[in-house]
Design a protein around this ligand. Structure first.
Ligand SMILES: Cc1ncc(COP(=O)(O)O)c(C=O)c1O
Length: 383
């Protein structure tokens, strides 16, 4: 049995100290010990969300966080605009529809960007300013497309719709400047770039969104974020219902690691991983992955112990996803790329695996302008 090399886009590998933190015994989730952990966790989350807005922890996976944003800030009949180019954007839109929202989609083909002009057109056509929210998925995990939240904010201008962002696979991997970009609601989960097991979601909520929560007529109980707000501001912060204590220990330690490394360095590391994987795959001469993605996934897992992500929805037959979030190390990805090449060879689709690996290694050591600190960049005349 090989040691498993977990290269799926969540859950992600856990750092050793996070695993150790999870060994702590249970405690009272309303007691001072967990209260201290929760207070430090919230402080760390404020840094990663880059916000002073309230952050509300929930015990659920990311999708629960998406549902919480819909039931708290929208009512049946509300008009909503969904920036829509993949599986997870569509899920967010569907949750809104399930609760009675009237959702317009401004769409692009999966894998492509939605042109900002198309979003501007839809908003411009909303002369009565009826849209109550614009939904964006920052990293569309089904295709790897990065939707540009700052641009959506710029296009929104002074339109009063809430800007609500699914950042489940992006928060802590790519910048989301919640306050600078005036993002009203940001949702993330514990099991991606936060380097923790699945089980908790976190939402940041602006004052405008809190005002919408008072107006919303949608029934809610477990996901009533106002209860969470009371708990995070209590002298001993907690969650309204029993916390996922072990996941809480993990997130607390993971945030310590992120602070130690420095958030901008964490972003830089993720940029490097992304470039490296892309260079490796292109270097192998792979444009589109083979027709038999399922065979590739099974062979890589059974023969080499490497877990790649499967394609989602209609992309399932043709796509293999290579996760590179959180604690994923360059060596894990190099070994994953080698296994991808070996698997394709074993299955009778030889590719230039060596060329791919060489390209990935080159990319790993290449310093791009956006990797430089502001100081060094200025000295080199880079803006
Ligand atoms: C962008 C995005 N949204 C939503 C989800 C769903 O999150 P969960 O599986 O934690 O409910 C995921 C999970 O992969 C995701 O990547």
């Amino acid at each position: 049995m090989h040691e498993i090399n977990l290269l799926i886009p969540g859950p992600t590998p856990l750092p050793p100290t996070v695993l150790q933190a999870m060994n702590r015994p249970m405690t009272n989730h309303r007691g001072p010990l967990f209260g201290r952990i929760m207070a430090e966790t919230l402080a760390g989350l404020h840094d990663v969300f880059i916000t002073r807005n309230d952050i509300i922890p929930l015990v659920c996976s990311g999708t629960g966080g998406l549902e919480a944003s819909i039931v708290n800030f929208l009512s049946a009949g509300d008009r909503v605009l969904s920036v829509n180019n993949g599986h997870f954007c569509e899920r967010y839109a569907e949750i809104a529809e399930r609760y009675g929202a009237r959702v317009d989609r401004v769409s692009a083909e999966w894998g492509r960007h939605v042109p900002p002009a198309a979003i501007a057109d839809r908003l411009g056509a909303d002369v009565k300013r009826e849209y109550r929210a614009v939904l964006v998925t920052q990293s569309e995990t089904s295709t790897g497309v990065h939707n540009d939240v700052a641009t959506v904010r710029a296009v929104l201008g002074d339109h009063p719709a809430l800007l609500m962002v699914d950042a489940i696979s992006s928060l802590g991997a790519i910048p989301l400047r919640t306050d600078d970009w005036r993002v009203d609601v940001v949702i993330t989960g514990s099991q991606k770039a936060l380097m923790s097991p699945p089980g908790m979601a976190f939402l940041s909520v602006s004052d405008r969104a809190w005002a919408a929560a008072e107006r919303s007529t949608t029934p809610r109980y477990y996901f009533d974020l106002r209860r969470g707000r009371t708990e995070v501001h209590a002298p001993i912060p907690s969650t309204p219902f029993t916390s996922a204590i072990t996941v809480g220990y993990a997130v607390h330690e993971a945030l310590r690691l992120i602070r130690e490394e420095g958030l901008e360095h964490v972003f830089g590391r993720h940029r490097r991983m992304a470039r490296m994987v892309r260079a490796g795959v292109r270097g192998m001469g792979l444009e589109m992955v083979v027709e038999e993605a399922h065979a590739v996934l099974t062979h890589a897992r059974e023969r080499y112990g490497v877990l790649f992500g499967r394609g989602i929805g209609r992309l399932q037959p043709t796509v293999v996803r290579i996760g590179h979030l959180g604690y994923t190390q360059p060596e894990m990805l190099l070994s994953g790329l080698e296994v991808l090449g070996g698997t394709l060879r074993d299955l009778g689709h030889p590719v230039s695996a060596e060329a791919g690996l060489a390209a990935a290694r080159r990319e790993l050591h290449h310093v791009h302008d956006d990797d430089l600190t502001a100081d060094v960049a200025r000295r080199r005349g880079v803006r």
